[in-house]
Design a binder for this molecule. Structure first.
Ligand SMILES: C[S@@+](CC[C@H](N)C(=O)[O-])C[C@H]1O[C@@H](n2cnc3c(N)ncnc32)[C@H](O)[C@@H]1O
Length: 244
């Protein structure tokens, strides 16, 4: 892994350890600076463009403007009744869902266990509040997200602290197709496989006061075989809601 020298002050460097997935895959990925953005590049597939987090992307801004009211995620979170819930996004990834939830008024704690993915997320949030680059709205949204580089399964969390715990795990058997977005393709390549479905769900239920929301592929079976209270089916994905 090559890390640009002007990035050395970033906090993630001190957090990298030899057990980290990015080091295991060191020959395949490279951090690059792409116009002030930290980006991850696959060195195996040269055609693939760098992956970075950009909350000011035009298409993403349209999603933000549409809001979550009336959307499946908003319904799954119960935004009509739970106004401004505090949400634990226990599998934060590149933070898309965290940002959408914070934009809808949620206070979000976002946990990501991969140092490489966390670094991209941290950098995206840094730019979302950067004076002269960010606007007031994105700074407000970013200020509602607290990020933690941790494994949810071993994190120090108190019971019933969050109104909602949100899970969007990636399991080998149900991984998204190769045709999915480049961000997802890279996530699939970087993150280690996770088989702890029942541990994830039972810990989530322990931490949630009101509900656990699980994002699944449309045809995936229920997480850990546990029947949700209700399901919200979309064209590609679905949200399974477990009320506490
Ligand atoms: C499908 S991605 C999440 C995408 C995310 N919802 C978004 O909007 O960008 C799954 C992420 O969960 C992370 N993850 C999986 N198990 C985890 C755990 N036990 N603790 C923290 N993060 C975990 C993976 O590293 C990966 O980045």
């Amino acid at each position: 892994m090559k890390i640009p020298s002007d990035y050395v002050s970033y906090s993630f460097l001190s957090q990298l350890s030899f057990s980290d997935t990015i080091l295991n895959a060191s020959a395949d990925f490279q951090f690059v600076l792409d116009r002030d953005r930290l980006a991850l590049l696959s060195t195996r597939t040269r055609q693939q463009s760098p992956v970075f987090v950009d909350f000011s992307d035009r298409a993403f801004k349209r999603r933000l403007a549409a809001g979550l009211q009336g959307q499946l995620l908003g319904k799954a979170l119960g935004l009509k009744t739970l106004r401004a819930p505090n949400v634990l996004d226990a599998t934060a990834g590149l933070g898309t869902d965290s940002f959408l939830m914070a934009n809808a008024g949620c206070l979000v704690t976002a946990i990501e266990r991969s140092s490489a993915i966390f670094a991209l997320l941290e950098d995206g949030l840094r730019r979302a509040v950067q004076p002269g680059v960010a606007n007031e709205a994105s700074s407000w949204v970013a200020s509602r997200i607290e990020i933690r580089r941790e494994d949810f399964l071993v994190a120090d969390l108190s019971d019933k602290t969050y109104d909602v715990v949100y899970l969007d795990p990636m399991f080998p058997a149900f991984r998204r197709k190769a045709s999915s977005r480049k961000e997802m393709t890279m996530l699939q390549e970087i993150v280690s496989e996770d088989q702890c479905e029942s541990a994830l769900l039972s810990l989530a239920l322990q931490c949630a006061k009101r509900r656990v929301v699980v994002k699944r592929n449309r045809r995936s079976p229920d997480l850990a075989g546990a029947k949700p209270t209700f399901k919200l089916q979309g064209s590609k994905s679905r949200f399974d809601v477990y009320c506490c």
